[in-house]
Design a protein around this ligand. Structure first.
Ligand SMILES: *Cc1c(COP(=O)(O)O)cnc(C)c1O
Length: 335
């Protein structure tokens, strides 16, 4: 099994009309920092507030009409995408999540008419429940990242990026299970093999980074992060996204919680955007000087806006944020 450019082109046809072709806008402040045009791909403007709609719609719309329903595990946004796509097709959806998922995401999924199961404290626990539902109730599982249709759906972002700016030198992609980065890298490298695609994760619980280093999928401990959408493992039985990321990503960069905190402030104060911690890891890496030297225009994907507003308010007002065993010391923007 694999994913090809043809699958991404087919995905684009299938999802158009349901998924928005999002704008790619310049950030004057970050362009100054980068030394070249720095562009933001606004996936926060999707109907569910996150890019995950692309893969979910492509997968759900490809199912035969007589399925009993769909289920998935999710850190929140994939579940919302699956719930949205299932509702559009009149299908039952059961979304399984761990207790680490912010309430705002759980509420958003319920509002779309899906059933919600909160189980355990990790993505692995949520996945187990999802697989149980498949076995016992005949539902079809839609993986958040390790499914060829999901990866092809996310890859449509890469097509749009290269159509809008064929001169892109570097694309910065928030990295968790790797469906997004794998799909984008396929499309970007098909358009220009010299363009670099960099995956970026938080430094606590970065499963793909640890797996690429080990040479095979490994488990990492899941801890709380400002980038909650990037939590969870890649699956020890990973079929697709691990090999794609290992083979196609030029580099994987890790950022700290403090760097994510500051980048959320930057995106808010400089670009006036409300976004999740997961979206700003590329900006965090740029600000921290952790990226390879840009040789031309760079872009990052603003992957979602479904942030817990209490945490967001703490960040932009420079207050302390408590994350499990870690306290991020507050700092006003620009300090
Ligand atoms: C899922 C998600 C990611 C990461 O996508 P993967 O395909 O799991 O690597 C990044 N940002 C947001 C907001 C997400 O919901």
């Amino acid at each position: 099994m694999s994913v090809s450019l043809a699958d991404i082109l087919a995905a684009r046809k299938r999802i158009s009309g349901t998924v928005i072709r999002t704008p790619l806008v310049p950030s004057p402040h970050l362009s100054g920092l980068c030394g070249h045009d720095f562009l933001l791909k606004l996936e926060n403007t999707q109907p569910i507030g996150a890019f995950k709609l692309r893969g979910a719609v492509n997968a759900v719309f490809s199912l035969p009409g007589d399925v009993a329903g769909v289920t998935c595990c999710s850190t929140g946004n994939h579940g919302r995408g699956v719930a949205y796509a299932a509702r559009a097709r009149g299908l039952r959806a059961v979304i399984c999540m761990s207790s680490l998922v912010p309430q705002t995401k759980v509420d958003g999924i319920r509002a779309l008419g899906a059933e919600v199961r909160i189980v355990g404290a990790s993505q692995d626990d949520a996945l187990e429940e999802s697989l149980r539902l498949c076995a016992e109730e005949g539902l079809t599982e839609i993986s958040p990242f390790d499914d060829p249709l999901v990866i092809a759906g996310q890859g449509t972002i890469g097509l749009e990026l290269m159509e809008d700016r064929p001169d892109l030198d570097m694309v910065l992609v928030p990295l968790s299970g790797g469906g997004l980065a794998g799909g984008i890298a396929l499309a970007v490298k098909a358009a220009n093999p010299k363009a670099r695609v960099i995956g970026i994760s938080m430094d606590r619980g970065a499963a793909m980074h640890a797996s690429i280093k080990a040479g095979h999928p490994v488990e990492v401990e899941e801890v709380e992060s400002l980038a909650d959408s990037l939590g969870g493992g890649i699956g020890l039985q990973n079929r697709l996204s691990f090999a794609l990321c290992r083979d196609l990503l030029d580099e994987v960069v890790l950022v700290t919680e403090e760097e994510i905190y500051r980048a959320m402030q930057t995106l808010y104060y400089e670009d006036r955007l409300v976004a999740e911690g997961a979206c700003v890891v590329g900006i965090a890496a740029l600000q921290a000087g952790k990226l390879p030297k840009p040789e031309g225009p760079a872009a990052t994907v603003i992957t979602g806006r479904n942030v817990d507003m209490q945490v967001f308010t703490q960040v932009i007002t420079g207050a302390d944020v408590m994350l499990g065993d870690l306290t991020i010391k507050g700092m006003p923007y620009g300090a």
